[in-house]
Write a new protein. Structure first.
Length: 334
């Protein structure tokens, strides 16, 4: 059944599409009613679709290591849930349940990928909206993680710290990294000519252990693809709180460029690293383009976000579980 355009126009993520573009993708959607208390997605199940909430309310629940569930988000009308299923084959990272009678529009990954493979401009716009939406969600997740640690939200860098960011020295790289790019996960789907074009748009940066790619609160000017070595993402308050460690093929700093916000954490070399740095202009060219190589770049951004989301979800659920255990100990006077 064809979905009415008025229904699609209720979705903020689709607000930038013209009527003709909405009509072209309307067949990808199906309308579903969800009763209060009904489970839409189950954590661990295979993820094959996403949905937009038209009316009602959904809650996102994460299983706790010690048993039970913790609510990690509430979804309001106009929002998307399960969006990572559109860009990567995997399993649900959380359970989604209706708290009230709700109506959703569901879109399957197969339909969405078919539209992308046809270089459909509306599909590209949705993909970029998904990427931006996940960037915002990851930012919100970090705020919740900091709250669990009783830490202040994002802070400004200390005097002089803003200047302590990765820059190219202009010197030749210490090894022939291009020979290794085909085995770096980020470049696995690119042809040789596409990889060469991507590298041409980047600067090569090498850092020693302990040097910073960027500092929390500093303006975002570049993002980085890790070619060799590892990068630690963390925040510094009364001590250093580690958020994640990223290896070859992972991306640092892209979400800040997407949201046009200062960096929300520190990123520093855990070991000697070689990075490909994309400034705002080079990044925008790949992120906003609608050619085959741009599509691959955007898909890799999405996959990177999926990995970030898994790490953040697991860290948050662990911290919440520890709080529950601590509360139980206090209540029983143990």
């Amino acid at each position: 059944m064809m979905i009415a355009l008025d229904l699609l126009k209720k979705i903020p993520m689709l607000s930038g599409l013209q009527d003709a573009e909405l009509a072209g993708i309307s067949s990808c959607f199906t309308e579903e009613s969800v009763a209060a208390g009904e489970t839409l997605y189950v954590e661990g199940d295979r993820a094959t679709s996403a949905c937009f909430l038209i009316s009602g309310e959904l809650e996102v629940l994460k299983a706790l290591p010690g048993g039970g569930e913790a609510q990690i988000a509430v979804i309001k009308p106009g929002s998307m849930v399960g969006e990572m299923a559109l860009v990567a084959d995997g399993t649900r990272t959380a359970t989604v349940r209706a708290t009230t009678q709700s109506v959703v529009l569901t879109v399957s990954r197969d339909f969405f990928h078919a539209a992308l493979d046809q270089i459909s401009v509306p599909a590209f716009k949705i993909l970029r909206s998904v990427i931006h939406n996940v960037a915002v969600r990851l930012d919100e997740h970090q705020e919740r993680i900091l709250k669990q640690w009783d830490c202040d939200a994002c802070i400004q860098p200390a005097d002089g710290a803003a200047a302590s960011v990765a820059e190219s020295t202009g010197q030749p790289p210490s090894f022939d990294f291009r020979r290794f790019l085909p085995v770096v996960p980020f470049f696995a789907s690119f042809t040789e000519s596409e990889t060469d074009q991507i590298v041409t748009n980047a600067e090569v940066v090498e850092l020693s252990r302990g040097e910073y790619l960027y500092r929390e609160g500093a303006p975002a000017g570049s993002c980085y693809v890790i070619v060799r070595g590892a990068v630690e993402k963390s925040v510094s308050r009364d001590r250093r709180y580690q958020l994640s460690i990223l290896g070859p093929g992972r991306i640092c700093g892209a979400n800040s460029l997407i949201m046009q916000k200062p960096h929300c954490c520190d990123a520093r070399a855990r070991s000697g690293v070689l990075l490909l740095a994309f400034d705002q202009s080079s990044f925008n060219e790949l992120y906003s383009g609608d050619t085959a190589d741009c599509l691959k770049f955007q898909r890799m951004l999405s996959k990177n976000q999926l990995e970030d989301r898994k790490i953040a979800d697991n860290l948050l659920s662990t911290l919440v579980s520890q709080d529950y255990i601590s509360d139980g100990i206090r209540q029983h006077g143990l």
